[in-house]
Ligand binder design. Structure first.
Ligand code: B12
Ligand code: SF4
Length: 474
């Protein structure tokens, strides 16, 4: 029995410039399977790192001759890349069992199985146990009816087996399976964030989130539960990546780093390892948690945390309320100030295009962003990702004007607001970038900043012509 995991050729998120991320979801699944199912032969093909195009993929599948091909989309915008991967597998050999999973396919299991005949099975939610059982059943040629957590077609109908319970303790999972991509692991990098030569690793500190923001897929995908690895275990994994794979830049996959003693304890654990000279790390956080955690910031900085992405989202209290974000604009101001005081790069994420947004409210957001003055600002368009409350409301009301999944990247507008057409929302996004990065004063300060990260990001925005690329979208 052989399973081939494929990270398909993907378009990268151009606003973040040049980067090559490790396909964390599939190497994690592969490592679990390797432990669980010793007799299964496992291969991971990362088309982006190995520079394999669609023709190359077909040849690779033919020569690899797998029984199962498994692929993951990461986000909705990569749906067609996954479908094409599985279609390619079926073209090579119609007997190959094609499997996918992840946030998008979990939320759209019924529609995806109806629309894409090249997908045999969708693993919903957490993948490890379910995939291991699926692989074992394929070996025994047993039916799928007993496998919790999968959806598949049977006699022309789509069948959804009952949901699987989540793994109780995430620390029972193996360490990230970077050994399965060991020949290419040195290629993973995030140029704008850490430079071209700093090997980049993802490390998972938690799954899920206790909050319920209306635009976010995270909390439902993990059944509303928030499971955390201990600070010791996270530091162990970071050290493992550093010592075995030369990782120098670590991105914690947690969408919500969280508050409380965890931050402080993690910083202490990392410092104990004696690797802070070489390793920097990054995390995404809520603004209010940064404020609550302010005492931990100096230690976090000392432990190598040099970049935090803050979910600022919006400047209007009413929009923050509609998003059920549970923060106030003051929290963002305080959080940016605190990060800067602690020499941690403050990266703010804003969302425009909420239904009630007008040209005036977005102008106010631009003004707010300029005054907030984070080191780096990313503006995104509210995107109705399947599985979110935003999607459900938009679909119910017929607001979605673009159902091309490849546009679901938070850069393409897919919904108008009450007062702005789709094209106008797209133009507003461009205006946000122009307003923030077009300012000569800010550009000058950025390019000549004493902060290396800031210099790099401003050069990246200029060199990559990000603003010009956004202009081309309308
Ligand atoms: C790191 C990251 C990135 C990295 C890239 C990482 C990569 N490998 O390519 C960067 C920064 C580049 C990035 C970019 C984007 N990202 Co991103 N990213 C993440 C993040 C933080 C971690 C991903 C991860 O490794 N998770 C851990 C693994 C273990 O979880 P998993 O992939 O879900 O896999 C598990 C299950 O879902 C399931 N599973 C998944 N796939 C499969 C496949 C099979 C066969 C099986 C059996 C099971 C299975 O099993 C796994 C183990 O249980 C997630 C949030 C999160 N915490 O997951 C967002 C997230 C995936 N990103 C998201 C988005 C929107 C984007 C962007 C569009 C824009 C943006 N704002 O960043 C771009 C798109 C880029 C592109 N074109 O691909 C959304 C996706 C929502 C959606 N439905 O589309 C997420 C969920 C964040 C969020 N809360 O909204 N991202
Ligand atoms: S946006 Fe952040 S805080 Fe809100 S639900 Fe998603 S991960 Fe949690």
């Amino acid at each position: 029995m052989k399973i081939l995991f494929v990270e398909p050729p993907k378009n990268f998120w151009f606003v973040m410039g040049e980067y090559l991320p490790p396909p964390y979801g599939i190497i994690q699944l592969a490592a679990f399977l390797e432990n669980r199912n010793k007799e299964v032969e496992i291969e991971v093909l990362d088309c982006n790192a190995q520079q394999v195009d669609w023709q190359g993929l077909e040849k690779h599948i033919a020569s690899s001759n797998p029984d199962i091909v498994a692929s993951s989309s990461l986000s909705t915008c990569n749906t067609y890349a996954v479908v094409r991967t599985l279609e390619t597998a079926k073209k090579v050999n119609p007997d190959i069992l094609t499997v996918t999973g992840g946030q998008h396919f979990t939320a759209t299991a019924e529609d995806s199985l109806r629309a894409y005949y090249e997908i045999d099975v969708i693993v919903r939610g957490e993948g490890e146990e379910t995939l291991a059982e699926l692989v074992a059943s394929r070996d025994k040629k047993a039916t799928f009816s007993q496998i919790k957590g999968i959806s598949f077609r049977h006699q022309g109908k789509v069948v959804h087996n009952p949901q699987r319970l989540l793994i109780e303790n995430l620390e029972n999972l193996p360490f990230p399976g970077y050994h399965l991509v060991k020949d290419i692991v040195h290629k993973y990098h995030f140029a704008a964030m850490a430079g071209r030569d700093a090997p980049y690793a993802l490390v998972e500190g938690s799954r899920g989130c206790p909050c319920e923001c209306t635009f976010c897929t995270q909390w439902r995908h993990w059944q509303g539960k928030w499971r955390l690895k201990s600070p010791k275990r996270i530091a162990d994994e970071i050290e493992f990546c550093y010592r075995n794979f030369g990782s120098r830049f670590v991105w914690l996959t947690d969408d919500n780093f969280g508050a409380g003693s965890r931050a402080n304890d993690l910083a202490e654990e990392i410092i104990k390892r004696g690797i802070t000279q070489d390793v920097t790390w990054f995390v995404q956080s809520r603004c209010d948690d940064i404020v609550r955690n302010k005492e931990a910031l100096p230690k976090l900085r000392k432990s190598g945390l040099n970049w935090v992405l803050l979910g600022v989202e919006n400047s209007e209290p009413s929009t923050l309320q509609t998003f059920k974000k549970g923060i106030r604009p003051q929290d963002a101001q305080e959080a940016v100030k605190l990060l800067k005081e602690n020499d941690i790069f403050a990266h703010a994420m804003f969302i425009i295009g909420e239904r009630k947004d007008t040209a005036q409210s977005i102008a106010r957001l631009r003004e707010f962003a300029n005054q907030l003055d984070p080191d780096f600002a990313l503006f995104a368009v509210l995107t109705p990702f399947p599985g979110t409350q935003v999607f459900e409301e938009a679909q119910r009301n017929g607001w979605i004007e673009d159902d091309n999944w490849s546009h679901y990247d938070m850069i393409h507008a897919t919904m108008p607001t009450e007062t702005l057409s789709l094209k106008q929302v797209q133009e507003e996004l461009y205006k946000c970038y122009r307003s923030f990065y077009g300012s000569w004063k800010r550009r000058f300060q950025g390019v000549f900043s004493s902060n290396e990260l800031k210099r790099r990001i401003f050069l990246h925005m200029a060199k990559r012509g990000i603003i010009a690329q956004l202009r081309e979208l309308f």
